[in-house]
Design a protein around this ligand. Sequence first.
Ligand SMILES: [Zn+2]
Length: 309
Amino acid sequence: MLRVVVLGAAAGGGIPQWNCGCPVCQAARNEYPELQSTQASIAISADGEHWFLVNASPDLRQQLIATPQLHPKPGALRHSPIAGVILTNGEIDAVAGLLSMREGSPFAIYAHPKVLAILQSNSIFNVLNEKIVARVAIEIDRVFELALPDGQPSGIEVEAFTVPGKGAWYLEGKAHPGGSDGAGDTLGLRIRDKKTNRHFYFIAACAHVSAELKSRLAGAPLLFFDGTVWRDDELVAAGLGTKTGQSMGHIAMSGTSGAIKSLAGLDIDRKVFLHINNSNPALLHGSEERSMAENAGWQIPADGTEIVL
Ligand SMILES: [Zn+2]
């Protein structure tokens, strides 16, 4: 069986964001601490013993403390159940947590060559010695099996595919160390337990839902999907910023071409939003937006939510 733990559900900045006084951040700081959420990442395991992270958020240290499954095994002086980290993009909120994994434990980093090139070109990531922390290039549309630190198969198969998206923000207008080809900047993942043949999809960033993506996701037992903004211009409308969801490579939850409408009627058993920005009113319990999302069958998870497939 496949176990999935939502380590964090929030978009970049988390909830509350350090410099934000929007209604959600204020509520999370004060009367509703249960709204607090760390930046998006999940942990997966097929055997309950070895775990893989999908993305390593800047909040990783806090997430590991809060997740007993990821603690060192009792009696071991140095140990981590984390066998690898799969990166779906090169954004700060997906890669910065790697720097908190620098104390010499072996694991593997799986990422598209474009994202590996970003790590390679930033010397701070040299703190993860490649002799101990192997870099494994992900090939798009090719199924591969995650490996345990001793090289044994993990029982978890991954297939990465491209989804409409954007390159990392901090590279906007700059030469990409991995080349100018747009493919590979934003990946979706299909993750399958070989033993049970159960699978799920992880798509934490997606600019729009294409017909191809719809047919891929139809009938899926579980989907984690980009829930960054409720409406495309919400950051602008709230006076929080100048960027729209689309300009950041993120689809809105609502609207005729939003995620809720686009992914309706596809017979997906369980739909979970992830990477939810603190500006998103669907975070607020009792809000109209929350009801609309939930009535359409979507879940907005709390950090620590565990799903067994
Ligand atoms: Zn805020």
